[in-house]
Design a protein around this ligand. Structure first.
Ligand SMILES: Cc1cc2nc3c(=O)[nH]c(=O)nc-3n(C[C@H](O)[C@H](O)[C@H](O)COP(=O)(O)O)c2cc1C
Length: 376
């Protein structure tokens, strides 16, 4: 199937700004104008037996992670389509531009099942990327974590929170912004300032993104657990009792992962992890040339079907660490959830909640299909 046959709610053929202003599209657009009633069924069907995510009642602990839900129109449409967890795309303490278009390409790993293995040579040799959006869908996303000015996103986030139905939860995502000449203390303070801005919207919890290459070319904050520990301590002092989720990329090493848990949850400064973000790969076109135009875009993050094995692996290892250390924290499993059985696989791996970005973009009915499949 190609993307001609249906309409993802984020249109990869338009710019980020056009999506922000004109989206969402397809079934999400219909849900906003009241053109579909399935969302009500999907929500109420689960209301009798809500789950609890970090103390909040949630009909089904399934939703859409940080990224494809650009503003309150997207998050509201997600709620109406039965996604009971909706993460508001990562915001910053200041306006921040988007990488040039295109921001999304289809990705075609060599393996027959379309998977990519962390650490494999293919990631450095080059993975084919183009505009053939075949199912099961794998894509690359290259946005650079754009943000509106707080004066714009704060009132919009307030609306997004207010639009959650019974048993639904809006989760704001934020991150710090590293600008030239900033000291580490100033960088930490920027996280705190942004967390404060999120609190002002009435948010009851939040997610802090440490998994995008915001530390320079392909360098991730989460691979410095000690710094993440300092940041979560400062943020927690600001946000008080509101639960803090830390968004993590894939960790190859259990030792590093355990250090992350000890430096954050171990000190009471984080209450959960959401994982994984994308897996970085060199992207090439059919001639072997750089697929995404521009400096610093030879590599980009891959998500969707290709990374499900890595996401499940990370959740299993995190769950084992939770057990071993006897700590209580939430795990939000993310990566390659495209079918209802993938939701169940993540729950079995130890995830308390599950989310799908790419899978939901290409199938707006995914939450409804999961609810139907498990009889919720
Ligand atoms: C279009 C798009 C934009 C994204 N933007 C963000 C973001 O702003 N912050 C973030 O933490 N993750 C972002 N992500 C990563 C997702 O939250 C998720 O971790 C990743 O896509 C893996 O899930 P998937 O396989 O279901 O897509 C984005 C993903 C997509 C597809």
């Amino acid at each position: 199937m190609t993307n001609q046959q249906f309409e993802p709610f984020y249109d990869v053929n338009r710019t980020y700004d056009d999506n922000y202003r004109q989206g969402p599209f397809g079934l999400f657009a219909q849900a906003l104008t009241g053109g579909t009633t399935t969302e009500t069924d999907a929500t109420s069907a689960c209301a009798a037996t809500p789950a609890s995510v970090l103390g909040f009642p949630v009909n089904l602990p399934f939703g859409i992670p940080a990224g494809p839900l650009l503003n309150s129109r997207f998050t509201t449409a997600a709620f109406r389509m039965g996604f009971d967890l909706a993460v508001y795309k990562t915001v910053r303490s200041r306006a921040w531009g988007c990488n040039p278009f295109p921001n999304v390409l289809a990705v075609h790993p060599k393996a027959a099942d379309g998977s990519l293995t962390p650490g494999s040579a293919e990631l450095d040799e080059g993975v084919l990327a183009d505009t053939r959006y075949n199912l099961p869908i794998s894509i690359s996303n290259s946005f650079g974590v754009p943000s509106r000015d707080p004066d714009v996103w704060q009132p919009d986030m307030r609306d997004a929170i207010a639009a959650a139905g019974p048993g639904q939860l809006l989760v704001p995502s934020f991150q710090g912004s590293r600008v030239a000449g900033m000291s580490t203390d100033e960088y930490i303070a920027d996280h705190v300032a942004c967390a404060r801005l999120v609190c002002e919207t009435g948010a009851q919890l939040m997610e802090m993104n440490t998994s995008c290459p915001n530390e320079g070319h392909n360098r991730l904050l989460c691979h410095d657990p000690h710094l993440v520990g300092r940041i979560t301590e400062a943020v927690k002092n600001e946000i008080g009792d509101r639960p803090l989720i830390v968004k993590l990329a894939y960790f190859p090493s259990d030792i590093e992962l355990e250090t992350m848990v000890r430096e954050t949850v171990g000190h009471g400064t984080a209450q959960g992890f959401s994982t994984i973000n994308t897996i970085s790969a060199k992207l090439v076109d059919a001639s072997g040339n750089q697929a995404l135009p521009g400096e610093g875009r030879d590599r980009s993050g891959v998500c969707g079907n290709a990374i499900r094995g890595a996401g499940l692996d990370m959740v299993r290892r995190l769950s084992a660490i939770r057990e071993r250390l006897g700590l209580d924290f939430a795990i939000v499993g993310v990566g390659g959830v495209i079918e209802p059985e993938h939701y169940l696989a993540y729950r079995e791996a130890g995830a308390d909640a599950v989310m799908s970005a790419t899978g939901a973009m290409w199938d707006a009915t995914l939450a409804q299909r999961i609810k139907a499949a498990i009889g919720a």
